[in-house]
Design a binder for this molecule. Structure first.
Ligand code: SF4
Length: 414
């Protein structure tokens, strides 16, 4: 194993040396490569330079050097399912393909507490480790509702990790309950919340945020809520919605604010770039960026976010093939089995219209890319190392679907 590791390091160092010894390379890019080799942080301006001048091959070499220094070939996934309480929402984000306004109530779904507990119970006896709860924002899903939901899930299945809601929901429900962020997050923790997903971040800078998501929590409020959560000793993730109206410097500004908060708290686990998809939303006139830009963005994220342990690609959003490619561009995590329990990606036009992969399929996908699959729990404890694992036929547990309505652009169920 150690020999393999040394060979891997040799290959990466060799590729980096080629960049460092290239007499024709742009001096800015050379300086950044030197910093990466020395393990030094790159600056805001250097982040923008990477976006403006960095070609895919160059960025891939730098990002892979960092990725393999941190994780070798290890590539993480988990066994999870989603609950999306509703797709109705009081907000009207321009990029959102998922939500329906309250006046379009007949086009959406609103699950009751009992229905959501039934979804959890469908996984009784199955080796899932996490329930991921996120959806639209509605007045009736308030502090009491979510506290009761989290407590009920933990009572039913104490070992199932509850990863739920974003600052978008928390800002709304704390305001309604007249609670400050610190108190609200403490009460959520006491109710059973264990970690926060990274959604709702979009692009923090108001120049962009005010145009695409103007009514929900601001970038500062998003960051404050995560900071309060981290102060309780808890972990969370962070996302960035890229590839729409933002400029490159807005992306770097977004990552810079996350990097600074991470310096203060160390509470983030994973950074997840999310690709803007243009199906059935108010920004459908904007072309989606190319796969090359997706890979460049993953690579720059890996290079810039030097205090984040993990960079994740949602295979359900970018397709299985691009997820495999991303593993050479800084990504070390491709999310989970999902069991077709989320509509957020498919309704935005993702290639995967019924996202579900068995553990065996996920493991094979990672192995085909020459990487080492590790099933993790939410906090990156190793559940199973699949490097030399042989699947028995009977281990293939079929996903137990529950049906979410799939709506077309007119709101009709299809
Ligand atoms: S992105 Fe979230 S907050 Fe915005 S409209 Fe969609 S569901 Fe609502």
């Amino acid at each position: 194993m150690f020999v393999v590791f040394l060979k891997m390091m040799d290959t990466n160092q060799h590729a980096l040396n080629l960049i460092l010894s290239d007499l024709t390379i742009d001096p800015d890019l050379k300086r950044i490569a030197e910093k990466v080799e020395a393990g030094e942080r790159i600056s805001f301006d250097e982040g923008v330079i990477l976006y403006e001048k960095g070609e895919l091959g160059y960025l891939g070499i730098l990002a892979n050097y960092i990725r393999e220094k941190l994780h070798g070939h290890k590539t993480y996934f988990n066994r999870n399912f989603h609950i999306e309480p509703t797709n109705l929402c009081v907000y009207d984000c321009k990029f959102c393909s998922y939500s329906r306004l309250i006046k379009q109530r007949s086009d959406g779904w609103e699950f009751t507490m009992d229905e959501m507990l039934d979804m959890v119970k469908k996984y009784d006896g199955q080796p899932v480790t996490e329930v991921h709860i996120v959806g639209g924002v509605l007045p009736q899903y308030d502090m009491k509702f979510y506290s009761d939901l989290f407590s009920a899930i933990k009572r039913h299945r104490p070992e199932l990790h509850v990863k739920a809601l974003t600052p978008v929901e928390y800002h709304y429900i704390f305001k309604k309950a007249k609670l400050d962020y610190a108190t609200g997050m403490r009460l959520m923790k006491e109710a059973g919340l264990e970690s926060m997903p990274g959604g709702g971040a979009e692009i923090f800078h108001p120049e962009v945020r005010d145009l695409i998501a103007k009514d929900k929590c601001t970038g500062d409020q998003w960051l404050q809520i995560h900071e309060e959560w981290h102060k309780l000793g808890q972990r969370s993730n962070a996302t960035m919605l890229y590839g729409h109206i933002e400029k490159y410097w807005h992306r770097v500004d977004h990552m810079e604010q996350l990097r600074q908060l991470q310096d203060r708290t160390g509470g983030f686990q994973t950074f997840i770039p999310l690709k803007f998809r243009n199906k059935d939303n108010q920004m459908s006139n904007i072309d989606e960026v190319s796969v090359i830009e997706d890979l460049r963005n993953y690579a720059i994220s890996r290079i810039y976010m030097d205090n984040f342990d993990h960079i994740k690609a949602y295979w359900a959003m970018i397709s299985r093939n691009t997820a495999q490619l991303s593993l050479n561009f800084g990504v070390d995590d491709i999310d989970g089995t999902l069991d077709d329990t989320t509509k957020i990606y498919s309704m935005a036009g993702a290639e995967e219209q019924n996202p579900a992969m068995s553990t065996k399929e996920l493991v094979n996908l990672i192995k085909q890319a020459g990487r080492h699959p590790i099933e993790r729990d939410t906090l990156y404890n190793v559940v199973t190392d699949y490097a030399n694992y042989t699947f028995e036929e009977e281990e293939e547990v079929k996903p137990q679907f529950y049906k979410l309505p799939v709506l077309n652009s007119t709101g009709a169920e299809v």
